[in-house]
Design a binder for this molecule. Structure first.
Ligand SMILES: Cc1cc2nc3c(=O)[nH]c(=O)nc-3n(C[C@H](O)[C@H](O)[C@H](O)COP(=O)(O)OP(=O)(O)OC[C@H]3O[C@@H](n4cnc5c(N)ncnc54)[C@H](O)[C@@H]3O)c2cc1C
Length: 596
């Protein structure tokens, strides 16, 4: 079986020691209570729930999956009870406003909660993940009446949120969607159309479902500028807030998938279903981005979460499984063979996994801290900078988190040899479950295009320059320190490479319309590795400083060793990526279509 113990020590290192997040957060309006002690208490409680309740039912989620009969979706054994416990614990409304029953805690903390929940049970985690996005969208764009009707129920977890974007012919290109919304004349609309691949569209764990639906008004312009957002409940709320008459929205079927089987994926039929406009007409896509930005970061956490469980499981197996002898002499002469952890290839896989996971976690926490500052800071300039940083990093946390999530679950499966490929140890479930995270919430190619096409382009690179100023401040503060020299030099080289290849790409795209598209995925990886190097340097600086007064548990020595591995063995990938990007678009665009 897989192994999972919440990595609380590492989470606290990032939160308290590297980023000193409580100092920043408690200085923000509304977050005065978000002290280090309070955040630690929340993390401890979450760890108990994840290890004791959610993790034990993860396997049943995969083996039994969700079932569909006569329009009713039944979730796997144990899910209903676990969800009830989750909702009653207040976890669905962790970041929601206390005005609607939420706990009003920071997104920074929520990231760590989501990562733990995902590690324990990615399928289960997706249900509240979608509800949280729905809460955000209604809180940001809903009328006071809509907020009063929906938010308390979503925040308590009694009702489930879902996002209904995708149609059979409209996936990445939502401008093609056809679902219609016709005004009824009383302020409501009749929504008609079919949505596919809708996560949590229907199930047996809640008393009502709240669908956010993208649809076109009769006078809508073509394409993505003609999309509006509607709220369509499964049961129409009565005046007292309880679920009333059945609305004409129903699940037509559920998908049979490669993984994530405990999370239901529905075809949703809207047959003149009653709905209400959320936000401005024709501005639905922009509105949905309130939800999607949250969900993209959330999906990044899913990638990291599966990598963490895979790493922990592989490390435990590598210490236990005996095969072959260490090259430098037997490590366990009393045994017939040595544990496979003596072999450089096994260690390399484990070190790679850990070096990436720890950087990703730190970068994700930093990004969420930027989200909190962007939401709450009193100074407009500080808010803008933080919003820029969060916007720049969102496609990176999503795409790199999930691409590496897939790579790491695979490399950790390899540590098990054939025992990873068969079902018994649960490693193949992690590989299957994590795979969707590279696809939904905008495929990783779409994330890369968002980075190179949109984020870099804003005001002649304002976001990129803002981030460079953060990195340069780190370099300046540490340069010249002997104990940091082996790390700062490679970081400086990587940043210079990133700057140079960014300029090259911008120049190249002036002449070649395919230049950005050809570069995008490799460029995002190069950017991610450089950002990981930056955050690793910050972690190494902290670890070196704290090591002097350490309690002897080896935590900081390990941190330094893993960071050194990243700088020496992973960061050099940027040299190859730089060359790959500069090979340009002709390498892939010249071959005629018929030759494929
Ligand atoms: C399990 C599951 C759960 C899901 N949950 C939800 C949900 O809750 N709500 C919802 O609305 N949707 C959901 N989706 C849909 C998901 O978001 C889409 O599958 C995804 O956005 C991609 O759309 P598509 O599948 O139509 O692929 P397509 O858009 O057809 O893409 C096919 C390929 O072409 C590439 N491509 C497309 N356009 C471009 C471009 N311009 N440039 C470069 N490459 C491009 C893509 O990267 C991809 O590799 C879910 C899907 C699955 C499988």
């Amino acid at each position: 079986m897989t192994t999972y113990a919440a990595p609380l020590r590492d989470m606290r290192f990032v939160l308290h020691e590297v980023l000193e997040a409580a100092d920043t957060l408690t200085a923000l309006p509304d977050f005065g209570d978000a002290t280090a002690d309070l955040m630690d208490a929340v993390l401890d409680e979450c760890a108990k729930l994840c290890e004791g309740v959610l993790f034990p039912i993860n396997r049943a989620g995969d083996e039994v999956g969700c079932t569909f009969k006569d329009g009713v979706v039944t979730t796997p054994p144990g899910f209903k009870e676990a969800y009830k416990q989750y909702a009653e614990g207040g976890w669905c409304g962790l970041t929601a406003s206390p005005e609607f029953g939420g706990q009003g805690l920071p997104e920074t903390l929520d990231y760590l909660v989501s990562e733990m929940v995902g590690s324990a049970n990615m399928s289960m985690g997706l249900y509240p993940g979608l509800t949280q996005g729905t809460i955000l969208a209604i809180a940001a764009l809903g009328t006071p009446e809509q907020k009063k009707t929906y938010l308390p129920k979503l925040v308590s977890g009694a009702w489930q949120g879902a996002m209904n974007l995708t149609e059979a012919h409209a996936g990445s290109d939502l401008g093609l969607l056809r679902t219609k919304a016709v005004p009824n004349g009383d302020g409501s609309y009749s929504v008609t159309g079919t949505k596919i691949f809708i996560s949590a569209g229907e199930h047996d764990m809640v008393e009502n479902h709240v669908h956010l639906v993208l649809a076109r008004l009769p006078d809508a312009p073509e394409g993505s500028r003609g999309i509006s957002m509607f709220v369509v409940p499964k049961f129409l709320p009565k005046d007292d807030g309880s679920p009333g008459a059945r609305n004409s929205v129903a699940a037509g079927s559920i998908e049979h998938k490669m993984g994530l089987k405990g999370s239901v994926t529905c075809v949703m039929n809207f047959d003149g279903a009653k709905g209400w406009l959320i936000g401005q007409p024709h501005k639905g896509l922009a509105g949905m981005f309130v939800m999607m930005n949250k969900e993209r970061l959330f999906v990044g956490s899913q990638g990291i979460s599966q990598a963490e469980t895979a790493y922990q499981s592989a490390a435990a197996y590598a210490r236990d499984r005996i095969q072959g002898r260490a090259a430098d002499g037997p490590a366990r002469p009393d045994k017939a063979a040595d544990p496979i952890i003596v072999h450089p290839d096994i260690r390399n896989r484990l070190m790679f996994s850990r070096a990436i996971i720890e950087a990703e976690r730190a970068l994700a926490v930093w990004t969420h801290l930027m989200v909190d500052i962007a939401h709450k800071h009193t100074d407009a300039k500080t808010r803008q900078h933080a919003d820029d940083m969060a916007g720049l990093m969102t496609p990176i946390v999503k795409a790199a988190g999930t691409d590496f999530g897939s790579e790491i679950t695979n490399t950790c499966l390899q540590v098990f040899g054939g025992h990873g490929y068969i079902r018994e140890h649960g490693m193949e479930q992690l590989v299957r479950d994590v795979r969707i995270s590279q696809i939904y919430e905008g495929t990783n190619a779409i994330q890369a295009l968002d980075l190179v096409g949109r984020k870099l382009g804003i005001e002649q690179g304002r976001l990129f320059k803002g981030w460079l100023s953060e990195v340069e401040a780190t370099i300046k503060s540490l340069e010249g320190r002997n104990d940091m020299g082996e790390f700062i030099g490679p970081l400086k080289d990587a940043v210079a490479r990133l700057k140079s290849v960014t300029l090259w790409m911008i120049e190249e795209s002036a002449a070649d319309p395919n230049a950005r598209g050809a570069a995008a995925v490799d460029y995002l990886r190069l950017f991610a590795l450089t950002a990981f190097a930056w955050i690793w340097v910050r972690m190494l600086d902290t670890a070196i400083a704290k090591k002097k007064n350490a309690n002897g548990d080896g935590f900081y020595d390990t941190k330094i060793e893993v960071g050194r591995y990243f700088i020496k063995r992973v960061l050099p990938q940027t040299v190859g990526l730089d060359a790959v990007i500069r090979a340009g678009s002709k390498t892939m665009m010249t071959l005629p279509e018929a030759a494929f």
